[in-house]
Ligand binder design. Structure first.
Ligand SMILES: NC(=O)c1ccc[n+]([C@@H]2O[C@H](COP(=O)([O-])OP(=O)(O)OC[C@H]3O[C@@H](n4cnc5c(N)ncnc54)[C@H](O)[C@@H]3O)[C@@H](O)[C@H]2O)c1
Length: 596
């Protein structure tokens, strides 16, 4: 029989602690909530009140239940108030010496049978436990932010945590309506070990002016379906907390340079830009603690004004290629009212791409997404050709031919000869340097990357890639075109992976390395990212959809360009690809899809 917990203590009522108090009190458990000082206690109390009031306002909580919830919480300054509780969760700042001091004190104050838990994200639970005389009763209970919302709890057992304590805490998690994964004591556990390298990398891209904060965040939300972008997430986590987590992970996790906090993070901490809790971090908020972003000096002007200036008029568009991307891109342009010239390598290819576009448009009609007139109008705007000569008078060419540099360079050289002056030449490459294609022409200022995502008619995002030779006017034109297509464009530099792939694939590769090291299982890792971070798919689900060969190719490119040792493809990924386990398309990848 699992132990019954009737009262728990929470130490530290900051970003996490206040949410943890709410989780327990909501589930009928009495809570003693403790802070270091009266003002801090008041702040924590106010956070709890605001959060429960919000839940009432949204109709998620009955006013009577809120009152009962608040009645279950006792507030106090100092740890002595915890003398009678069954379990304590500590959620003070991420410093080992502070946590050790608190655990030594808790050991003295609390009942001998009380379980002492830490919500640390990256520190060693083992090191914290040895500050007490009862390391077998010390455990990690790692909630995710915001604690009342996120379903996941990572339960961390050390080599000395007793099995009963683990079982009791697991039962408690399910009573709280949480899903737990139980793991050993390793820096960052599952979710943060996979998350923080990505967050740090995003800050590095921002710090180097590779892309704006809005564009980095929009790219990850729209390109990967994440609930929030990495810089907004840094603000939610707290920039100071993120710094401490990265620093500990760097020191504990094998000194992976990707965890060495980017200098900007430390500067922000020193300057008091801690994120939402201080009212300003990467973004500016209405007031400290508010989730509402307000404009500041770095906020871009409204897109419509920004893009209409300096761009060229585009009416007629050429699309070269006959694959999946070309098909989608033709449809997108034709539906948005552009004249489209499709160019393939032969009449047969033209016939088949024409069929593919028709089929897709018909599906749109069946699903009620467009009318028959709109479909016919779109089809009427497309001409099908097998020769580049028909691109002589277009205003924009979008190239979506095979991902081979020699082929693309030859194509750009031909376009340079055929197209009129002032045309914008765009490539949809996802991995080749755009500057290589630009330099195959005599007009590199007119060449830009337009990285659509698959399926192009559905995915909202387009990465606009500017090379060091691209003219601002060309970028403005590309953005205006994206806006006219109803897409969100983000502008980035000409580096391997642009924004989305550069941030996504190293994370996927890290997940494979974690599996390879037998730290956890495919299911638990997928769960952790979905339930702890709100990702729409876990890394292994996503790898099986994307294709392991595709992931490996992108990861290799990133590694070769940046020479970052941490980007080296996971050997397990290489082996699976060699074995032909490429994911859903071959019936087997990380999972077997043949019987599902
Ligand atoms: N922020 C996140 O997204 C997140 C997620 C999961 C876990 N964590 C972990 O949770 C812990 C707390 O992080 P946070 O982001 O809530 O920090 P925070 O800075 O928002 O809050 C810490 C709170 O602890 C209080 N405190 C400091 N010393 C104290 C003491 N001696 N006694 C009582 N209270 C004291 C502070 O007054 C503050 O209110 C850290 O270990 C962190 O790694 C954070």
């Amino acid at each position: 029989m699992a132990r019954e917990f009737t009262s728990v203590g929470v130490v530290g009522l900051g970003t996490m602690g206040a949410g943890i108090v709410e989780v327990f009190a909501r589930n009928g458990i009495d809570v003693v909530a403790v802070e270091i000082s009266a003002p801090a206690l008041e702040r924590g109390q106010a956070t709890l009140t605001r959060s429960t009031d919000r839940a009432v306002a949204k109709g998620k909580l009955d006013p009577a239940d809120r009152d009962a919830l608040l009645d279950r919480v006792t507030f106090a300054v100092g740890l002595d108030a915890l003398h009678a509780v069954d379990l304590v969760i500590e959620a003070v700042p991420e410093h080992l010496d502070l946590k050790q001091r608190i655990f030594a004190e808790l050991d003295r104050v609390c009942r001998p049978d009380a379980i002492l838990a830490t919500n640390t994200s990256s520190l060693s639970v083992t090191e914290i436990s040895v500050a007490t005389s009862r390391p077998h009763q010390v455990i990690g209970i790692h909630f995710f932010n915001p604690a009342p919302v996120m379903k996941l709890v990572e339960v961390i057992r050390t080599v000395v945590t007793s099995a009963d304590v683990v079982a009791d805490v697991e039962a408690l998690c399910s009573r709280l309506g949480k899903v737990d994964v139980t793991i050993n004591d390793r820096a960052g556990f599952i979710a943060n070990a996979l998350l923080f390298g990505y967050l740090n990398h995003a800050v590095a891209l921002f710090e180097s002016n590779y892309a704006s904060r809005e564009d980095i965040d929009a790219a990850m939300k729209l390109g990967c379906g994440l609930p929030m972008g990495p810089l907004a997430l840094m603000d939610l986590i707290g920039v100071d907390t993120a710094y401490e987590i990265l620093d500990t992970m760097y020191r504990r996790g094998g000194r992976d340079r990707r965890h060495a906090p980017v200098p900007l993070i430390k500067q922000m901490v020193t300057a008091g830009l801690l994120g939402r809790k201080s009212g300003r971090g990467f973004y500016t908020y209405e007031r400290p603690g508010s989730p509402v972003v307000v404009p500041d000096e770095a906020t871009p002007v409204a897109p419509a004004e920004a893009f209409s200036e300096g761009g060229r008029a585009i009416a007629k568009v050429g699309v070269v290629g006959s694959g999946t991307m070309a098909t989608g891109i033709i449809e997108v342009f034709a539906r948005a009212g552009y004249e489209v010239v499709s160019v393939t390598r032969g009449a047969e290819k033209s016939a088949s791409i024409c069929e593919a576009v028709k089929t897709s448009l018909n599906k749109g009609v069946v699903r009620g997404k467009l009318s028959e007139e709109e479909r016919d109008g779109a089809l009427g705007r497309i001409t099908w050709s097998a020769t580049l000569d028909h691109l002589a008078d277009v205003d924009l060419v979008v190239e979506a031919v095979v991902e081979e540099l020699s082929v693309k360079k030859a194509l750009f050289a031909s376009l340079d000869e055929i197209c009129k002056p002032g045309v914008v030449l765009a490539t949809t490459t996802s991995s080749l340097p755009v500057i290589e294609m630009a330099m195959a022409t005599q007009r590199p200022a007119d060449v830009v990357g337009l990285h659509f995502f698959n399926p192009a008619p559905i995915m909202q995002l387009v990465e606009v890639v500017r090379t060091i030779r691209t003219a601002p006017e060309t970028v403005a034109t590309a953005r205006a075109v994206c806006a006219a297509l109803g897409k969100t464009s983000v502008v980035c530099g000409d580096r391997s992976g642009f924004v989305v792939n550069a941030l996504l694939f190293p994370y996927l590769n890290d997940a494979v390395k974690m599996l390879e090291a037998s730290y956890s299982t495919t299911d638990d890792i997928d769960h952790a990212m979905k339930l702890g971070c709100g990702y729409p798919m876990g890394p292994f689900e996503l790898l099986d959809v994307v294709g392991l060969d595709v992931a490996l190719a992108i990861q290799r490119e990133l590694y070769l360009e940046l020479r970052e040792p941490g980007f080296a493809p996971a050997p397990l990924l290489e082996h699976l690809v060699t074995a032909g386990y490429l994911g859903r398309k071959t019936g087997r990848g990380f999972r077997d899809h043949t019987h599902r």
